[in-house]
Design a protein around this ligand. Sequence first.
Ligand code: NAD
Length: 493
Amino acid sequence: MSSRSATERRAESLPAAPFIAGSWQSASTAEAFDVVDPATERTVLMVMEADEPMVDSAVTAAHEALDNGEWGRMDGASRGQLLNALAQLIEDRTDEFADLESLDVGKPGFEPRVIDVPQAVATFRHYAGWADKLVGRSIPTPGYMGKPTLSYTIRQPIGVVAAITPWNSPTMIGAWKLAPALAAGCAVILKPPEDAPLTSFLLAQLAEQAGFPAGALSVLPGRGATTGNALIEHPGVDKISFTGSPETGRIVATAAIAGFRPVTLELGGKSPQIVFADADLDAAADGVALGIFANQGEVCAAGSRILVARSIYDEFVSALATRASKVVLGDPFDEGTTMGALINAKQLERVSRYVRIGNDEGARLVTGGNRHGSNGYFMEPTLFADVTQDMTIAREEIFGPVGAILAFDDDEHAVAIANDNPYALAATLWTSDLSRAHTVARHVHAGAVAVNGWSPLDPRLPWGGSKLSGLGRELGWAGIEACTEEKTITVVL
Ligand code: NAD
């Protein structure tokens, strides 16, 4: 890991401007915004915001690349080679990506090294393999007016994809959106989060180095209400892929539907982690703690509702409190740190507000609940026990290191509690009973269920939720389907 000062210098050397049609924008009347290091509250750099004319240029360049450029003519195997080249360039610079992500997001250095960057690399490699396998189908029919027919389908890129990413894991989620769209032959316009855009600039530099033609990928830094809004409203955008909050997701979906454009929404979660009495409690306590404290709890799939069988409730609450006491909260650039800073002052206030609500509504604060230190947006790992279904902290997404622990009586009760929530993204089950594991996994409302482990991220596995957690799936074949259209061609023979 590099030092913070070395990483700050690296950040300062990034282009920090919109990347359109293969060139970085320079002098402009566009506004600039600050990127702040959440662990020190210091401004890391100023970024030039993509204004409306730049959004329009990026969309025009994307169509040009598709309709008249090298990108639109490129075969799938060649696109796959570019994706593989990009994956290799990212992997070669794992430390640089990881350090920039720690500086930008506040997460401890080991997390982007172990999760975000390797996942981004794996995602580009996975989709490199798909790029030359986007085959159609030949479908037999009875024919037309007594004549035989040949009917077949071809799979074509959907066009210009707007990819809007959140600040909690911008490198990995950026890869989730870029890789399938590029593999499918779409032109992509990435709008990175204003709070954490650093690695997106590096990604654009490496995409250029890998040889992606101009216009295949543009990066438009900017705030949601300005750049983001101009992008989703632009009639030249053919598909929107969004990850973020349900509130913004609703705005994005409305714009997409108004233009009759497909949209993929990966929104928030209030995911249950269900611990049955027959579970390996040590392993479960480790896994559940990871599920709520990893990435400071700023994870869409964070297991923020911890449902524990009543017969082991007290024992498990105390095991979790022990895990919380072992969290090393501090500078993301210190080797031993296991939990870093929340993204910004607003998020710290949001999490603190939910702690106040938990106390006011009668939940029992087991540990944590306070800001840590006075410089940087650090929040203690926090656990509330004796939480009931009607309490706000059992229902709303906090997006911070706050676990709400509820008791259940039997399997049906556990499933009923798990499903009585507006979100349905992920769930984890802890049990040694195979039949119970499969039965509960079928009944719990979630896009992904993990048993005796936590959220197995893998680009081969579809990812996404329903209800307030979103619409559609990313990753695996679902990612390709979401970026392509199947066209039917019939020839009367
Ligand atoms: P957010 O909705 O505020 O912002 C997400 C992105 O949308 C940012 O790039 C932002 O600039 C942009 N944006 C904001 N307003 C916009 C507008 N009017 N038009 C277009 N774009 C706009 O979310 P956030 O605070 O960055 O991220 C936290 C949320 O994201 C949490 O709710 C979390 O659960 C969710 N999330 C979900 C997943 C998932 O895979 N389901 C993954 C990570 C985060």
